[in-house]
Design a protein around this ligand. Structure first.
Ligand code: ATP
Ligand code: MG
Length: 406
């Protein structure tokens, strides 16, 4: 049976944080956007919770959307009925029946706000609990650690019955923890890093380096597709900055220190990312680095590469193993796109044995030997192409355009 309402719970932050008001406002905006196409849904916000009155709109579809909204800790489908004992008992059994998995233990938790209701909390506990036990042979009461809590709230306007608690994405509402840029390569890791950063409340603008015509148009489309997929979770469009890296990469590849090519490329990428971040008022750089995964992600490499920027380098995947990352990539639906076999700029000119322990002084010497490296970096920043992407359709934005999502 379609429930009558959905109760949405936020994370703890909304209760304790200083920014509770702002979080709740963003949360409400996100929920409104997610259910906008279900025109009969009525939204109510009270005491750090949101209630959706469904008015016949489909629960399963709306639940699927709510699961992906950052900042929602969990939600519960609710039946709303008249405050009559028999109806409450019957609905209690139906609600228990509708659980995805039948529990071995339960308890009834009654809240009687409407004092006109003829039975007190204790009485109602027994009257409903006994009825449910009778309907489910084998089910037991466990007051301390029940698998399921059957909640009954007697309110003046009617009675709410619910038990299922559906876990949602958690984290913080999108954009409530500041803004960063995301280095997005088209591989498996960086989209997952972007998802995790967004879930923690970061607003993101993506940066991708391509070496057109060495890298194909297909490789660019792949990254566009990944940003679109990420924008499903932000709920608002995400900007993608496409940076031409061909000239810089070609210059760096001339170095006699072949094993340092990747280190040098990463250092230039970070310089460009830093300048772009400053342009868009982003205060950090997110990457898909995972400690030790490849030569450029050893601690020693990270040290030499990271010195090119003053901005905090955020690495959500640092301590995660590849299987864990792949599991999330599948779950957020970026995996299949990520494994498409198009060339990434970093797979060109790959040295036979990239250094796992690069020398900072030598890396700096190599850079000094390229007389116009800084000009090339400035040129790459200036000629960056910007796209604004949402799940449905693309639109080309001006580089200078100031956008405020909230
Ligand atoms: P991914 O699966 O994200 O490509 P990876 O394991 O292949 O990661 P690397 O190729 O060493 O790792 O890249 C490390 C990180 O550097 C990436 O996660 C990404 O954040 C950034 N990066 C690499 N190549 C690019 C690129 N062409 N454009 C933007 N960022 C890049
Ligand atoms: Mg890669």
């Amino acid at each position: 049976m379609n429930p009558d309402m959905i109760l949405i719970r936020f994370g703890e932050y909304t209760i304790k944080g200083k920014n509770r008001g702002m979080f709740e406002k963003r949360m409400l905006q996100q929920v409104k956007r997610a259910v906008a196409s279900y025109t009969s849904v009525h939204i109510r916000q009270t005491f750090g919770r949101i209630y959706l009155e469904l008015n016949g709109e489909p629960y399963a579809e709306i639940a699927a959307r709510l699961k992906d909204i950052f900042g929602i800790a969990s939600f519960s489908p609710i039946r709303k009925i008249t405050s009559e004992l028999e109806e409450i008992r019957r609905t209690a059994v139906e609600v228990m029946q509708s659980l995805p998995k039948q529990p071995a233990t339960f308890k009834v938790a009654v809240k009687r706000v409407d004092k006109q209701f003829p039975h007190d909390t204790q009485e109602l506990n027994h009257l409903v609990g006994g009825h449910v036990l009778h309907a489910f042979p084998g089910l037991k009461v466990n007051v301390r650690e029940p698998e399921v809590e059957l909640r009954i709230e007697i309110q003046p306007e009617g009675t709410y019955v619910f038990s299922e608690v559906v876990p949602a994405a958690g984290g913080y509402p999108y954009g409530t923890n500041g803004k960063a840029v995301l280095l997005l390569s088209g591989g498996i890791d960086s989209p997952v890093a972007g998802y995790m950063a967004m879930r923690q409340g970061l607003e993101l603008e993506a940066i991708h380096f391509h070496s057109y015509p060495f890298t194909s148009e297909k490789a660019k489309e792949k990254v566009i597709d990944l940003v679109r997929r990420l924008s499903h979770y932000s709920g608002v469009p995400i900007k993608l900055h496409l940076v031409s890296f061909t000239e810089i990469q070609t210059a760096l590849a001339q170095t006699e220190h072949n094993s340092l090519i990747i280190t040098l490329m990463r250092r230039s990428m970070l310089r460009i990312a830093t300048q772009l971040a400053e342009k868009v008022n982003a205060l950090g750089i997110v990457s898909g680095d995972s400690l030790g995964q490849v030569a450029s992600q050893t601690l020693s490499s990270m040290n030499v590469i990271g010195r090119t920027t003053d901005l905090p380098l955020l690495r959500p995947l640092l301590t995660m193993d590849k299987n864990e990352i792949i599991r999330i990539a599948r779950q957020i639906d970026t995996f299949e796109t990520s494994i498409l076999p198009y060339e990434d700029c970093c797979t060109l000119f790959v040295p036979k044995s990239p250094s796992t322990n690069p020398n900072l002084a030598i890396a700096m010497q190599c850079e000094d030997s390229i007389v116009n490296l800084n000009e090339m970096i400035a040129e790459a920043v200036a000629t960056t192409e910007v796209m604004k992407l949402s799940p449905e359709k693309p639109s080309v934005a001006q580089t200078t355009e100031e956008d405020h999502w909230f």
